[in-house]
Design a protein around this ligand. Sequence first.
Ligand SMILES: Nc1ncnc2c1ncn2[C@@H]1O[C@H](COP(=O)(O)OP(=O)(O)OP(=O)(O)O)[C@@H](O)[C@H]1O
Ligand SMILES: [Mg+2]
Length: 270
Amino acid sequence: MVYNVRVIEWDDGSNCCLLDSGQGSIFSKEMKPVRFLSRWGFRAPQHLFYPDFAVSRILFSVEDVIRHEATTLGLWKEAGIPCPIVLSVSGNRIETTGFPEAVSYWNLLNNSDSVESYKQLVTVYSTIRETAKRYDDPRYLHPDPSLSNFLYLPEEKTALAIDPGRLLRRDLDLASLDILLLVEHLTSLSALNTSQDVIAGYVQELRSSLTKVEAERIKALDHSNPLVARLYFSLREELGYRFRKRKKKNPPLSLQKYLESYQNFIKDLL
Ligand SMILES: Nc1ncnc2c1ncn2[C@@H]1O[C@H](COP(=O)(O)OP(=O)(O)OP(=O)(O)O)[C@@H](O)[C@H]1O
Ligand SMILES: [Mg+2]
């Protein structure tokens, strides 16, 4: 019997809730195909910034993504990587063990500066990367290592990895995928609403988990803001402003912020 339900509704592709079954908490996620696709419409332009972007296809089935999430969570669990346990998978829905006290790192680090708790994320993220390399198997990589896809458990003071439901390009080798995913993590760090000094502290922490070669590979990527991307976004905003009467905004703000932060301080820390 379900006693208690806390609905966590995400507006970018899935309906999530935490259920209290009386015998423990269950996290349930149902991906919505339409919103999922529209979200991809938003994400697709990232290809303009990173032509090598790690995802394979723009259009794929929600069921594939959920299956991928369940497979990776299973592999992680077996390898001893802290993550929720898969309880059931069916179509576009997945249920895992829930953590009612957990807070996503995106929320945590936007509300308090804490290198100590970020260290826990780096520990889990590094274990994931090392395991993928040890087994030479990209299925172990975190395919979406943004701050919102790691949870912090305040009582235990530890981190968990969640939400590995994303398909990676099959044509790229593991090391190249790993580098592009690290850049996505750095993009997420630079989007935090906090000071440059605090973000620099997190970047230093992450850097300490990388080899010199890995840091050099990040620096070897093209960090310019390509003309084609700038044109795409100005055109898109102009059309939105004229035809849909919406205020002009800068959708890939996080990417722009990353590219600026990269030039300002991140490259010197790598
Ligand atoms: N097992 C869990 N226990 C408690 N809260 C969770 C759990 N898994 C996820 N959450 C919370 O729900 C949020 C959304 O979960 P998740 O990242 O799996 O879905 P999503 O980001 O909406 O999916 P996607 O972006 O891939 O469509 C997380 O950021 C976290 O705050
Ligand atoms: Mg997520």
